[in-house]
Design a protein around this ligand. Structure first.
Ligand code: F0G
Length: 451
């Protein structure tokens, strides 16, 4: 691990420690808060560690044509901005990142926002944005000689961790809330060879438990409390800025669960600005499910200065989190960038997910909160038609096929949840129809659907 170029800075009390001095639970011994990775050389004017913006932009683009694994990775392509390893020979990569930025044609038209895009992080190797963080923290685990890694998860972190651990030749332990994660994700952890414990508690309970376990055994914790995870997860900010010719969109909208992702993207944009690669930061807004909205409540009741955990309920199981670890970091990102923190209902999530599906993209329910949130912000007049907006879609549609099928069959939402939205929902549902195995029956179905 490269302790000469980086250090860890406590988000709560400001203490600074070397990377190797972190506790197994990544909490500060002084105040209990989380750390952020910091690169002291960047602060020095003309310091020799301070990257040169023009040279970097050229180098990062050139690497896209290279055949080297570290260059092909959309995380390590930007390695000058995450010098956390002693040797890049220790990189564990599945060629993550370099995900597409799609124009959302239908939603653009419906909302009257021309420049509306989706950064689809579900197009990563294990189907979620977690891969960008996992390549970074797993590489640190490997370099530091750990044999075991572990995480608590609502499914995607465990899928990503299991895959990267297998690539690194490390063993991995997964703690998941029993019956509360989507099958696609559980099947990945099994397939990649994780030791998976399903437990009669929720995500918050699993994370609490794991924090105790890592203090007793030499296991490297790979939840987003691990600051190296966020170093990988900040790189989509670089890709977004690069895609806009090193300007930034006006607004980036992110789902909020444990709140590592919003924190990481905020850090990424902040560093680009500090290093002179972009002139300003976008507004960053965080959207939660109404039944799992502790940060929304924190803003309503305490202006984002205190957070009371809630018991979380939402069908968007990825963000069924009541006590988010990185809430202070995320609150600062929202405040610093002038973003908003809002929540959306189960029906709004389901409708938005079907609309993203109808764009030919699809995403998992937790990702769809971004479009649902955008619709609300637009209706409240908080986003103008001329603004450029990027929604961060965090997971692939195949992660939670049960949710999608239930929506289209009409068995997902309760009558109460649908009240007032029946027509909108009916217009989006596309259930499969049983027809006779004859051309005439197929043609009749076709005729019916044209009408
Ligand atoms: N979207 C998806 C698809 C997720 O899997 C998660 C988190 C989030 C959004 C929220 O991101 O936690 O950084 O605010 N999933 C975690 C997991 C908690 O265990 O896979 P966050």
């Amino acid at each position: 691990m490269n302790d000469t170029l980086h250090q860890l800075h406590c988000f709560g009390c400001g203490a600074r420690i070397a990377g190797g001095e972190a506790q197994p639970d990544f909490r500060c011994v002084q105040c209990g808060d989380l750390f952020e990775v910091e690169y002291p050389g960047w602060g020095k004017r003309d310091g020799h560690d301070r990257p040169n913006p023009g040279a970097l932009k050229w180098l990062w683009r050139e690497r896209r044509c290279s055949s080297e694994a570290v260059d092909r990775s959309g995380v390590w392509r930007f390695r000058e901005l995450l010098p956390i390893l002693e040797s890049f020979g220790n990189v564990v990569t599945l060629r993550e990142g370099n995900t597409p930025l799609y124009h959302l044609k239908r939603a653009s038209k419906a909302l009257g926002i021309d420049q509306l895009y989706a950064k689809h992080q579900g197009m990563n190797p294990t189907g979620s944005f977690k891969d960008t963080g996992m390549t970074a923290a797993m590489s640190v685990a490997k370099e530091r000689g750990f044999e075991w890694v572990a995480c608590a998860s609502t499914g995607n972190t465990s899928a990503a961790m299991a895959a990267y651990a297998a690539r690194a030749g490390l063993r991995c332990l997964v703690l998941i809330p029993e019956g509360k994660i989507a099958w696609g994700k559980l099947s990945q952890a099994m397939d990649y060879g994780a030791v998976t414990c399903q437990m009669p508690t929720d995500f918050d309970g699993c994370l609490r438990l794991l924090t105790e376990v890592v203090k007793e055994a030499p296991i490297y914790l790979l939840n987003s409390v691990n600051p190296y995870r966020l170093e990988g997860q900040k790189t989509p900010a670089f890709e977004i800025a690069e895609a806009f010719g090193w300007s930034v969109p006006d607004h980036v909208i992110v789902p909020g669960g444990n709140l590592g992702n919003s924190s990481a993207l905020g850090k990424g944009f902040r560093e680009l600005q500090e290093l002179g690669l972009v002139a300003r930061m976008p507004r960053i807004s965080v959207v939660q499910a109404a039944g799992a909205n502790p940060l929304v409540r924190s803003f309503k009741e305490h202006q984002g200065t205190e957070l009371e955990p809630v018991e979380a309920h939402t069908r968007a199981s990825a963000i069924r989190i009541g006590n988010p670890a990185s809430w202070r970091k995320a609150a600062r990102v929202i405040q610093d960038t002038g973003g908003w923190c809002l929540d959306v209902t189960e029906a709004e999530i389901a409708i938005a997910k079907a609309e993203i599906g109808a764009e030919g993209l699809g995403c998992e329910p937790a990702s769809a909160v971004t479009l649902a949130g955008l619709k609300k912000l637009r209706a409240q007049g908080k986003i103008a038609s001329g603004e450029t907006v990027v929604l961060v879609l965090t997971g692939h549609t195949l992660k939670d096929a049960d949710y999608t099928i239930n929506f289209h069959r009409g068995t997902l939402l309760t009558e109460d949840e649908c009240t007032g939205l029946e027509a909108e929902i009916a217009g989006l549902r596309r259930d499969a129809v049983a027809v006779d195995a004859t051309p005439a029956a197929v043609l009749a179905t076709l005729k019916g659907s044209v009408q």
